[in-house]
Design a binder for this molecule. Sequence first.
Ligand SMILES: [Fe+2]
Length: 435
Amino acid sequence: MSSLKQSSENTISEKFIQTRKSTLELVKTLEKDDFIVQTADYMSPPKWHLGHVSWLFEIVLSKTQKNYDFYSKEFSDYLNSYYNQFGKPFDKSKRGLMSRPTTDEVLDYYDIITEKITNSLEKSKLDQQSTYLYTMAINHECQHQELLVYDLQNLLAGNYRPVKKNVMPQTSQIKTFSTKISGGNYELGYSGKDYCFDIELPEHRTYLNDYRIDTHPITNKQYLEFMSDGGYTDYSLWLSDGWELVKKNNWSSPMYWENEKGEWFTRDFLGKRKINPSEPVNHVSYYEADAFCKWAKKRLPTEAEWEKAALWNEEKQRKTIFPWGNESPTPDHANLLESNIWNCAEIGSYEKGKSPNGCYQMIGDVWEWTSSEFMGYPGFKSGFDEYNDKWFTNQKVLRGGSFATPAISIRGSYRNFFRLDERWMFSGFRCAEDI
Ligand SMILES: [Fe+2]
């Protein structure tokens, strides 16, 4: 199985130690009180994230060592997110109601598990299955780093103090706003030899018509035009379920936006500030993305269209792992967690990260909604029961990663998925059109 090989660039234990360090860095400046608060049903308290990622490493230990004894039944009960195979999952909406285990106990637990795994990785030579499980658990922790950032935005926004903070990169003038991609057969899925999630495999043939796709994510400026043209008041633009939500929740803008005397502001890690027209629109649901596309007389790309625009080089007739080639992401390529910008970069940033088709910022900044239903590719084989496969219903695929995605965990073939109404994550979109 090609997905089982570990990356040649770093050993698995280096990746593990680095991942644990960056998780702790994300919570380093939090007050003790911040660790236990759950501000909404869909978010989790920082304490829970730290415990849960450690518990998942205990699951790996239990699957790779004989007679493994879990650290504590109380911890295991609280930290089981949704795995029925390991007992009764803890009610997600009540994660913030638990004062025990305490934050200090969870932080100690975090260190204890770090040490246990470090020892186990150093001592034993891993077989193929153990390598897969450890690598999956590292990638799982990367996913929770990103979820933790969404939750810190919800909990603290401008009151959060990142350990490192960099300024926005320089932007280039975008000359072409959409690009034509030739159709035909396209091999969709992960084409490399390192780790990927089971849902990115197998790479398989799809057929595409010719299409056009935007060279940049939809900006706040474009989205404001949709809003001021009655986007949120015209039922004819909306899917029926979306229109029900607009009415029920009084949606009139993306999440976190506030109107003051006719001017739009947002509250994010940069504090309360005026909407920057040049940034990609963020915090929109699938329904909003879809309504915008209808208003613009375009549509969302399918995930195959998105991936081909990102990874296919027509001239060289080859596909790469990232839009810029096969080199791992650096802060010159994309706005990811390690860029420490804590915000979307303006469109036209990251010239070096452009795809051969001329598309900017396909990796990083915002996850991009696609019109594709989240389901297994033809020939899908589950790598771990209940991790991905039980979510193959009522979710759409998003591609490309966000400014909170750790660089070691992103690839052009990465498939994220959310329900159509969710918008607390960093979600935007670009449009496609038939030609
Ligand atoms: Fe998880």
